[in-house]
Design a protein around this ligand. Sequence first.
Ligand SMILES: Cc1cc2nc3c(=O)[nH]c(=O)nc-3n(C[C@H](O)[C@H](O)[C@H](O)COP(=O)(O)OP(=O)(O)OC[C@H]3O[C@@H](n4cnc5c(N)ncnc54)[C@H](O)[C@@H]3O)c2cc1C
Length: 469
Amino acid sequence: MTTTDHPVSDADWRALREGLAGDLLRPGDPDYDDARLVPVGRGAPGAAAPLAIVRCRADADVAATVSLARRRGLPAVPRSGGHCFAGRSSTSGLLIDVRPLRSVTVDGDVVTVGAGARLRELYDALDRYGLTLPAGCGATVGIAGLTLGGGFGILGRTHGLTADQLLAARVVLADGRIVDCDEHRDGDLFWALRGAGGGQFGIVTALTFRAVPAPAATTFHAAWPYDDAVRVIDSWQHWAPSGPDRLAASLLVTAGADLAQPPVVNLFGAMFDTETATTEALARFAVVVGTDPVNLDVATRSFPETKVYLAELGAQIAAAPAEAGHPVSRSEFIGQALPGLAVEALVRHFGSARVPGQTRELDLSPWGGAYTRTPVRATAFAHRDARFLIKHAVTASSGSDGAAALAWLDRSWELARPSGTGGVYPNFPDPRLADPLPAYHGPNLERLRRVKARYDPAGFFAFPQVIRP
Ligand SMILES: Cc1cc2nc3c(=O)[nH]c(=O)nc-3n(C[C@H](O)[C@H](O)[C@H](O)COP(=O)(O)OP(=O)(O)OC[C@H]3O[C@@H](n4cnc5c(N)ncnc54)[C@H](O)[C@@H]3O)c2cc1C
């Protein structure tokens, strides 16, 4: 859609602008370019040029923009943190940016957050009360997008998903109505908001959570040479997902763009226990692996320090620097431990035929614990019964062979599939899935279709893999 090829008149824009508490940005306005780009890989796939961006400062701004889009038949998409892997919070229509709605209000252990809040600012605000939420480490990830798709993180094995802590939400519906939903009011909508993925049922402007105490933690990072990869992965999948809830140990195998550097196997995370107990647990793990790590860093930190440490560590050990572009990834929940031969095949494939300028990652996040203690139909999140989540990712610099990178990615994904549940995390959307809806929503798909039919019968909120009524 071009800036002239659309049905919105100057009078429409004027009326919208005059009614807003926030700002309307059109192409050519000074802040427009900065506002349209996403924080992840500031370029494709997030570089669509919207007809207009509405930076919303009130629920009514969201409702007015939705109403204009409906009247004029334009697409409209919400954006909170802008971190969607599939670029779903970008549009050539109306971009509804809820970022200015980011207040945090605490009442006892109940916290109400504007949908524009990002994780780091939320953790900092809650820390003053000794509270936190179980959620991810990425500082600029939006709490709204993360919660609507589930939300995992270092406290997840103790408390469950971020969505599991949600008590209520305020939502602007496709017909422009503003509703407050919870277990008792619009309960089906509230159910669907807990884990089906954002942008499908309405635009959330505020979320109310039950917060949890922010515990001190012992962080750790251990690295093994690539020659030990098979033994580390095999030992990890029998250890981390079935360890005590207080253990959050992830595995990241990385191959950088410089072929002279061999891949590295990183074990990192936090244990909500003393430094001594954590060091002992890691020593027992090293005995099972059969070799000690080449480096080991263990330290006790406050909860906010833990979050900062893990976010910085994640950036430091990532295969590709952030400026290398948007990684392409495929993922799946794994139900049973991968057989030894499958681990060997994955590791062999990981190190094979590396290409200059391309990076690879295998990212294994433990499941189990409190994630699995909520029944699968209790919320929209369908992936309760898993052992771990595996993400395969590749980044190809411009000029390197993109087709080869995707071929590597597909093969890596296929090698793990025989042990997969068939389930894909809605917050790791994969545009190349052949049958995406059963993969994202499993046994909850039919109820989700009914909720969509009730709250958005015309399918106003849409993207290629959206739930259809
Ligand atoms: C660097 C990085 C680290 C990550 N770490 C973790 C992690 O530790 N744990 C984890 O679980 N996930 C993690 N993720 C995945 C993350 O949960 C998803 O990318 C999530 O969708 C991001 O939400 P957002 O608000 O930042 O993104 P956005 O792109 O703004 O939104 C994501 C989707 O939700 C929709 N949406 C946004 N706002 C609203 C709203 N207010 N109402 C309704 N729909 C809305 C969008 O239209 C889009 O479809 C990470 C992603 C990145 C890029």
